[in-house]
Write a protein that binds this ligand. Structure first.
Ligand code: ATP
Length: 529
């Protein structure tokens, strides 16, 4: 029997319990006075309650029956002998997956050869060592066994080995008839390779160049997820007609791209595609820009007058971006173009005829603008024969990795670089909300390619706001603000507690409520136990 000091913390005492020692130890005060016994159950209970820093004097019992001590010692010795036995070694070493076995207090009893192959960790480093110490030494990032000791339930989590390799660990407790944990068996699988394969598969699934005539339309680098693919399929269908198309969606989500594709696949493809962003120029100039003007029709006008974009687009396609920002007085003039193909230049009384296909886009909700009296209802219905709802990037996260790869390739070529991104970086960026959508993603990749000094772009190279995985812009509604706060608290709890179960406990909600909330907030549910 060993002797322990009463002032020792639970954490310090744990190291004194190991498989080849007696599982009951005497505890003495600083003045060598016998205080009582510390049993392995008491230690396990203290760990379970998170009392690692408390002195063990709080957990001693005055007496333990000798038969109990002997029984424990002998069952422990039997267990230890079993793990050392050739049969056990042969069986566990035959497995392709790693196996890690601890006792009920979290002290390592056994690791198989596959575990050593996957992690590079040797028996000498871990046998007889408490899982808490392995975390402290930075050998593993988190412990599924400790999680299982805490909850007495199976736990699965992703563990980082010495800060690089990622493995998935599933721990299962073996319980005694009295519901005490006897030992914990964990199976271990390397997922670094799996993540890479998944990314490769995602990229292959999202074909980048199978749009018809992609090379001729300059759209050979389009990434097609499920949602985008059906949008482009619809675009292909409406391209054959002159039906008015309204594209709705957030800025940078790909509306212009679809407009260009419709033009490229239409009978007008050999004619011009003209684009006017109604929000980019002051209201009073939009009319002159759109319809053109006669010589000397207003101060600052060109002497010889100017042909408007509408007229320039004759026989081709006119794409009016941010149509929601078109001033009301111009909306009536646009209605005439839409209904009768007629318009007048500024300063002219002559009605002109034009043949254009009009495609419009907006990031605003036009139906709401109509209700608010800011957009003409008749024009709305005229423009809105076919509506495309282009989803924001955060609602098609499966496209993020292929987009990152596409743009990495593009900017590597442009700047003659050979940059790569770490898997962590891909994971991180997949979790980000991308308020500026694909445009923001492309800009970020270009910035990273240009500004990083090394060939591998890692999480540390990301701008600060992205490292917190928080969108930059201010919330525009109470609902958005609440969602932001929820997302932040959940991310923090997950970072601190590693599994959804532990995070849910810390947040004082059920695990299923947490998982549901995460799905609603489009957060990745990774460490589910
Ligand atoms: N599916 C896609 N695959 C690859 N790149 C894309 C895709 N969709 C859009 N992009 C790229 O993202 C950028 C932004 O797209 P686009 O200009 O079409 O967005 P938008 O919705 O029209 O934005 P805004 O309303 O601000 O004009 C462009 O550089 C475009 O080439």
């Amino acid at each position: 029997m060993n002797y322990l000091r009463a002032s020792m913390t639970v954490e310090e005492a744990v190291a004194h319990f190991s498989p080849d020692r007696n599982e009951v130890q005497e505890v003495y005060s600083e003045t060598d006075e016998f205080i009582g016994y510390l049993t392995v159950e008491a230690i396990a209970h203290a760990i379970h309650c998170g009392e690692l820093t408390r002195p063990i004097r709080e957990f001693v019992v005055p007496e333990v029956s000798l038969p109990d001590q002997e029984r424990q010692a002998s069952s422990q010795a039997q267990l230890h002998a079993f793990f050392q036995s050739p049969t056990c070694q042969i069986v566990f070493n035959a497995l392709y997956d790693g196996v890690y076995i601890t006792d009920g207090a979290g002290i390592t009893l056994f690791i198989n050869q596959a575990y050593q192959r996957i992690t590079g960790i040797s028996e000498q480093e871990v046998i007889g060592v408490h899982m808490g110490n392995l975390i402290k030494q930075g050998i593993i990032s988190v412990s599924a066994s400790l999680e299982t000791i805490r909850t007495k339930r199976p736990a699965t989590l992703i563990q980082t080995i010495r800060n690089s390799r990622k493995i998935i660990v599933s721990a299962t407790p073996v319980l005694s008839a009295a519901n005490e944990i006897l030992y914990i068996i964990s199976s271990v699988r390397d997922i670094t390779e799996l993540i890479r394969l998944k990314h490769e598969l995602d990229s292959q699934k999202l074909l980048r160049s199978d749009l018809p005539q992609a090379d001729q339309t300059g759209l050979e680098n389009v990434v097609l997820g499920t949602a985008t693919r059906s949008l482009f399929r619809l675009a292909d269908k409406v391209a054959k007609t002159d039906a008015k198309v309204l594209l709705q969606g957030e800025t940078g989500a790909g509306k212009s791209m679809i407009a260009k594709y419709i033009h490229a696949r239409s009978a007008r493809s050999s004619e011009i595609f003209m684009e006017l962003n109604c929000a980019a120029i002051p209201g009073h100039l939009v009319e002159a820009e759109l319809f053109g003007y006669e010589p000397g029709s207003f101060t600052g006008a060109l002497k010889q007058g100017k042909i408007g974009i509408l007229e320039s687009a004759h026989r081709g396609t006119l794409f009016l971006d941010e149509i929601g920002d078109l001033p009301l007085e111009l909306q009536v003039k646009l209605l005439k173009v839409v209904e009768e193909n007629q318009f007048m230049r500024v300063g002219s009384t002559e009605m002109r005829h034009v043949d254009v296909r009009i495609i419009t886009a907006t990031h605003r909700d036009l139906a709401t603008l109509v209700r608010q009296g800011l957009f003409r209802e008749d024009l709305y219905y005229r423009l809105n024969i076919v509506t495309f709802e282009v989803p924001p990037l955060r609602q098609r996260r499966e496209e993020i990795v292929p987009l990152l790869e596409t743009y990495l390739e593009k900017f590597n070529e442009k700047y003659n670089e050979q940059k790569k991104m770490t898997l962590e970086c891909y994971e991180w960026l997949t979790n980000y909300d991308w308020p500026g959508n694909i445009r923001e993603l492309a800009n970020l990749v270009e910035r990273l390619v240009v500004t990083t000094y090394h060939d591998t772009i890692d999480v540390g190279d990301l701008p600060g706001f992205l490292q917190q995985v928080l969108p930059r812009r201010e919330p525009t509604s109470l609902r958005e603000a609440v969602a932001r706060l929820e997302r932040m608290m959940i991310a923090e709890a997950l970072q601190n507690h590693k599994t959804t179960r532990a995070a849910a406990e810390a947040l004082e909600i059920s695990q299923s409520a947490l998982v549901q909330k995460m799905k609603k907030l489009q957060m990745r549910v990774e460490n589910e136990s």
